[in-house]
Design a protein around this ligand. Structure first.
Ligand SMILES: Cc1cc2nc3c(=O)[nH]c(=O)nc-3n(C[C@H](O)[C@H](O)[C@H](O)COP(=O)(O)OP(=O)(O)OC[C@H]3O[C@@H](n4cnc5c(N)ncnc54)[C@H](O)[C@@H]3O)c2cc1C
Length: 445
């Protein structure tokens, strides 16, 4: 039987190796550590947690990441089942003893009769055989160069510059209005592609004061400032001068407030649709290193966003990731070289759990292909399916940035408004997802 090769023994590669081997396919896991290190990894263990020791919320009824835990447990994932055995008390979160956890994943992989190991850096994308590339946010330079030579220079980013993403239903439509600058666009949809939040001079000055005073996160070692040119954080722009933002992403020109046409806004914050479903909007040009708590407070000063809920907050990190919506098919294969699958953070998901989940899918899909079957992804109403659907097509390719799992990626379920309504709606999402995911698993026998 054909062997599956996996590059990278992190969250995604470890899970992919386990899933494929459990399906009966022989696997070779290629890992460069400890011979070649990264600035974040400290050991030679598989599935090392490079920073926090938490897999985030374990609430599988009302939280999307908790639901992803549930799906990974249902699929007998090595990452979740090992995390459960090394759990530490952490309220509703799934936190683990990081060394015990990664040592146990390493031991389980090493003990598997169908998994063998090749230590060393892979420097070129392989041309034949079945491969999964799961080399993560810190993919080695030589391999990144090789990926770029196949995918095109603009298709692989080395830093993310994440603008905060807002749930559409938390934006106050009595304040914002839909309009593209100078009504540009052929169709009405294009002419109304942006939501605009108007600011008076007082609003703007208060916003700048709060932005300058907010707590900011430090850059990690190895994160140079050389990437800044195209994506300055808003606080850095504000530090350069109080008017800089008003002449940059917050410029008020070419826009007329549909609610108060005679009021000329002093500044405007624009939101742009972030997914095909229209459930998520990103704040245009608002990449930031503000700490999460401060970020929420400052962003809620923007008129129209007082009650905003965030699907993800902004950030800037060293992060190698593909423009997956244009490059990968829905089986996670590189369209240009379908013998290569990608998995984990390099596909543009964000987080340990999401990365491991994409490894789980890629491992199962690659194994199915080797065994002569075709495995479609789980439905978009599941956490795993919503993520893979987002990165391989649902996301806007032009502005694609890494994404956490969140309910905004799911096909909407209508519910009564208000807090109670939302809680019920999340339960309805997770019930629907569990039913669909179980059917997907059952179909694989
Ligand atoms: C500094 C930093 C902090 C982070 N903190 C968190 C956090 O607190 N919580 C969270 O949920 N997520 C965090 N992330 C994001 C992300 O979820 C993790 O990086 C996660 O480990 C990604 O899983 P992965 O399998 O895609 O990549 P990794 O877990 O990084 O695995 C990739 C593996 O590939 C190997 N590799 C790379 N290139 C090659 C090559 N050419 N040949 C052979 N092997 C290679 C690497 O050594 C590594 O073992 C952080 C990321 C970074 C960079």
């Amino acid at each position: 039987m054909e062997t599956l090769h996996i590059i990278g023994g992190g969250m995604a590669g470890s899970e992919a190796a386990w899933q494929a081997a459990e399906a009966g396919v022989p696997v070779v896991l290629h890992e460069m550590r400890p011979t070649v290190g990264t600035f974040a990894h400290k050991t030679g263990d598989f599935a090392e947690m490079v920073c926090s020791n938490s897999f985030r919320s374990d609430d599988d009824e009302r939280n999307a990441v908790g639901l992803l835990h549930w799906e990974m447990r249902a699929a007998r994932g090595i990452i979740m089942t090992t995390a459960d055995r090394h759990q530490l008390p952490a309220g509703g979160a799934l936190a683990v003893d990081r060394d015990g956890f990664s040592q146990a994943v390493t031991a389980a992989l090493r003990a598997h009769p169908l998994i063998s190991f090749a230590e060393g850096e892979i420097t070129e994308l392989p041309t034949d055989g079945q491969w999964i590339v799961a080399t993560g946010p810190l993919t080695s330079g030589a391999l990144a160069d090789s990926i770029r030579s196949v995918t095109g220079a603009d298709s692989l980013a080395f830093f993310d510059a994440i603008a905060p993403i807002v749930y559409a239903d938390s934006i106050d439509r009595s304040i914002v209005w839909a309009q593209s600058r100078y009504d540009k666009g052929e169709t009405e949809e294009e002419q109304k592609a942006y939501l605009n939040c108007p600011m008076t001079r007082d609003d703007y000055e208060a916003f700048i004061d709060a932005l300058l005073a907010a707590d900011k996160a430090e850059f990690h070692e190895g994160e140079t400032a050389g990437y800044f040119d195209g994506c300055l954080p808003i606080e850095v722009m504000a530090e350069r001068g109080r008017e800089t933002l008003r002449h940059g992403p917050m410029k008020p020109v070419g826009l007329t407030n549909a609610h108060r046409p005679t009021d000329k806004p002093y500044a405007v914050v624009q939101l742009r649709r972030d997914n095909a479903l229209g459930t998520l909007f990103n704040i245009v040009g608002f990449q930031t290193k503000m700490k999460y708590g401060a970020q929420t407070e400052v962003l809620r000063l923007i008129p129209g966003l007082q009650g905003a809920r965030f699907a993800r907050l902004g950030g800037i990190h060293r992060n190698t990731f593909l423009n997956s919506p244009t490059l990968l098919d829905d089986r996670m294969r590189l369209k240009a070289r379908p013998n290569l699958r990608f998995a984990g953070q390099v596909t543009g998901v964000e987080g340990y759990v999401e990365s491991a989940a994409m490894g789980l899918l890629a491992g199962r899909m690659a194994a199915a292909e080797i065994l002569g079957r075709d495995l479609p992804p789980p439905g978009p109403e599941t956490a795993m399916g919503s993520l893979v659907n987002h990165i391989t097509g649902g996301a806007e390719a032009k502005t694609f940035q890494p994404m956490n799992v969140n309910f905004g990626l799911f096909p909407p379920i209508e519910a009564k408004g208000g807090r109670r309504g939302r809680k019920d709606r999340y339960k309805a999402y997770t019930d629907r997802a569990k039913e669909s995911f179980t059917l997907w698993l059952d179909a694989q026998g």
